[in-house]
Design a protein around this ligand. Structure first.
Ligand code: PGA
Length: 271
C-alpha cells in the first residue's frame, strides 16, 4: 500500500473551546482481523487530510485485531489511533481470559473504552470495578474512555442527573491522583444505543455539563474545562452534524455506523 505522509493531518483543537474532537469507532464484537484490515484500508482511502485535522479518529476493534491493525497503521503511517474495548484492572497473573492494560499499552493502544453499558448490564460490571479499570488504564499511560448513561426507566423517572453524577463521581474519586481532566467521558444513554433513536443534541449538551460539573465536584472544584465529553447512541451520517455543532460535545462514539468505512466516513465528513 502506498503511504501518505502524515504531515498536515494533526487534529486541530476546536476554536470554540480549545478541546480536540475525537471520533471513536466502536466495532464491538464484529470484524475478524482480516475484515478489520480491509475496513481500515477502505477508511484510510476515503479520508481526507481535512478529516484528520477536524478530529482525532480512533478505531476500537476486537482484541484479536489489535496487532494486525497496529502493524497496518504504523507501517503505512496512517494518522489513525488505536483503541481497545475493555481490559482487566490487574497487570498480570492468574486471571484466565482477561487482558492486561500493559499488554494493550505494548500495542500502542491509546484509548480504552471502560464501563460501556453492554459491559455493565451483560457482564455485571459495577461502578467499583469500572473505577478500578479506569485507574489501571491511567497507570499504564493510556487514556480511559469512560461510558456513562441512564436507562429509559431512569430517564422517565427524571433520574438522569443523579445516575450520571454517581457514575462519574465513583471514577473521579478513585483516580484523584491522576490527571482526571485527560479522561474522556462518553455520554451514552442506554435507550439510544443501537435503537435508531438518538438523544437530542441539546440533551446531550446538558448531560455533558452535568458530567463536567460532577467530575469537578468530586475533585474538590478542580477545573474540568479540558475534559472531553463525547456523545454516543444511534449516531449516523445524518444526525452526526448536529452533535458536532454542539460546543459542549467533543466528538462521537459510533457503534453500528462505524462498521462500514462508507458510513463512518459520512459521519466524519458530516460537519
Ligand atoms: P450505536 O452504538 O452507535 O450502534 O448506537 C454506540 C455504542 O454502543 O457505543
Amino acid at each position: 500500500m502506498s503511504s501518505k505522509a502524515s504531515k498536515g493531518q494533526t487534529p486541530q483543537p476546536n476554536p470554540l473551546n480549545n478541546r480536540t474532537r475525537l471520533i471513536a469507532a466502536n466495532w464491538k464484537m464484529n470484524h475478524n482481523h482480516l475484515e478489520g484490515i480491509q475496513a481500515v484500508q477502505k477508511l484510510y482511502y476515503h479520508l481526507k487530510d481535512s478529516d484528520y485535522r477536524f478530529a482525532e479518529i480512533a478505531i476500537f476493534p476486537p482484541f484479536t485485531d489489535l496487532r494486525s491493525l497496529q502493524l497496518l497503521i504504523e507501517s503505512d503511517r496512517m494518522s489513525l489511533v488505536l483503541g481497545a474495548q475493555n481490559c482487566y484492572f490487574e497487570t498480570s497473573g492468574a486471571f484466565t481470559g482477561e487482558i492486561s492494560p500493559l499488554m494493550l499499552a505494548k500495542l500502542n493502544v491509546k484509548y480504552v473504552i471502560l464501563g460501556h453499558s453492554e459491559r455493565r448490564t451483560i457482564f455485571m460490571e459495577t461502578d467499583e470495578v469500572v473505577a478500578k479499570k479506569v485507574k489501571a488504564v491511567f497507570d499504564a499511560q493510556m487514556i480511559p474512555l469512560l461510558c456513562v448513561g441512564e436507562t429509559l426507566q431512569q430517564r422517565e423517572a427524571r433520574d438522569t442527573g443523579d445516575v450520571l453524577r454517581r457514575q462519574v463521581k465513583s471514577v473521579a474519586e478513585a483516580c484523584s491522583n491522576h490527571s482526571v481532566s485527560s479522561l474522556v467521558i462518553a455520554y451514552e444513554p442506554i435507550w439510544a444505543i443501537g435503537t435508531g433513536v438518538a438523544a437530542s443534541p441539546e440533551d446531550a449538551g446538558s448531560a455533558a455539563e452535568i458530567i463536567r460539573t460532577a467530575a469537578s465536584e468530586a475533585l474538590g472544584g478542580a477545573d474540568m474545562g479540558a475534559m472531553r465529553v463525547l456523545y454516543g447512541g444511534s449516531i449516523n451520517g445524518s444526525n452526526a452534524k448536529d452533535f458536532l455543532a454542539e460546543s459542549r460535545i467533543d466528538g462521537l462514539l459510533v457503534g453500528g455506523a462505524s462498521l462500514e468505512a462508507d458510513s463512518l466516513v459520512r459521519v466524519i465528513q458530516s460537519s
